[in-house]
Design a protein around this ligand. Sequence first.
Ligand code: NAP
Ligand code: HSE
Length: 450
Amino acid sequence: METVNLGLIGGGTVGGGVIRALRRNGSLMASRLGVTLTVRRVAVRSVAKHRDLGLPKGVLTDDWRAVVEDPEVQIVVELAGGTTTARDMVLAALRLGKPVVTANKALLSAHGPELFRTAAKHGTNLYYEASVAGGIPIIKVLRESLVGNRVLSLAGIVNGTCNYILTRMKLEGIEFSEVLAEAQRLGYAEAEPSLDVDGHDAAHKTGILASLAHGFWVDPKSIHTEGIRQISRLDIRFAAQLGYTIKLLGVIKTVPSKPAKSAKRKGSATLSDGPRIQVAVYPALVPNAHVLASVNHAFNAISVRGDIVGDTLFYGRGAGADATASSVLSDLADAALDLKHASIERVPCFVAHASTSRVIPMEEVVSRYYLRIEVVDQPGVFARISTLLAKAGIGISSIIQPEGHVGETVPVILMIHDAPNAAMQKALKLISRLNVVRAEPVLIRVETFE
Ligand code: NAP
Ligand code: HSE
């Protein structure tokens, strides 16, 4: 049987998981693929560190170049993380015409176009299943299984840390800071948690999914990104009262085109004639009847609506050694089959085909909203707020105010009909300036999945 030699850069959580998974299921894969995958070299930062990987002597090195340049290494697996040296590692391997498998969403988000260009130039492939949603095979779904569909919308819980925090806030009625501190103590969340809780990790993943779904590389700067720090247990409780659960979502939607002013005359096509795509990450009220509302703890789930297939849902572990290793193994199978059949065309990793598509600015996006305003309980407060909203053309669909006492500060919850983000933000500024408003209002979008 043919053997394909692997060179891993990284023997930490994911790298270790891949080595153990290959030891466990390597022969099963060989019987399915007709190729034996062998770990030939593994680069780590510290060779002296104790790790229970059962590797033969001489496999570990602290020199990643020795792995990439080893003539026996046929596939390079980048599991080191980061965006600087990792970029050098991946480029060096691709320039040698070696296929690369990576789990590094931050790297793809920062340097995707350059990496895919380099792979194409050197006649090889860059695989990245493990970069989004750990063990969920969502990249393969978009690239292969749904190839006959236009993706109309995609909404995903793609950050396990945020989902864990929001789930515990809901189930136990505790505040964000309390859950975060505990998650850090238990080692679930990073000591510096902003990549997760401020939405950046979800934005990296959402950008990759949007690029694949829509055929143009989405500039990470164009992705509107909000995290979950501002969500309080009060919001979670009111949302529940209204029949919703708050989740951090990556949202990708095709937005109906506006007639372009400059394209009135026949044939005067402009950029705005192309599909307009919303790509964003924000906490949202999800109706309890929607499956995403019941995705709890560190699990991830992604719902994809295709124009032919309709609604589909993909669920699983979004992180961890085994789940992530499972996705790396899937990429290794594809890369090994490419080598076996001497073809890189079988599974194109990313094809840019939609040059007129563009991400629309968030101000143009129309949403429904939940708005919580802390106000002094006194006559005329509702009237002042609703007048400002009405002047902006924004309609209220329902109001809740828990019973309070005149003169006390009370929360007022407004559910707002569809409104453009720009109009909503403008109205919010005016509302927050009212002398009866006692804190920065909290605005959370409502996803209806219509
Ligand atoms: P990790 O546990 O910190 O492991 C990183 C590994 O890379 C370590 O073995 C480290 O060596 C090695 N390394 C770092 N810099 C190196 C260098 N310059 N030269 C050689 N080796 C180097 O990280 P991880 O959690 O496995 O994550 C790896 C990648 O997978 C990241 O891109 C991450 O975003 C992605 N990912 C992780 C998960 C997850 O659940 N952890 C899920 C999906 C995707 P030492 O062991 O000597 O320090
Ligand atoms: N930090 C990520 C999460 C795990 O919390 O989902 C790796 O993607």
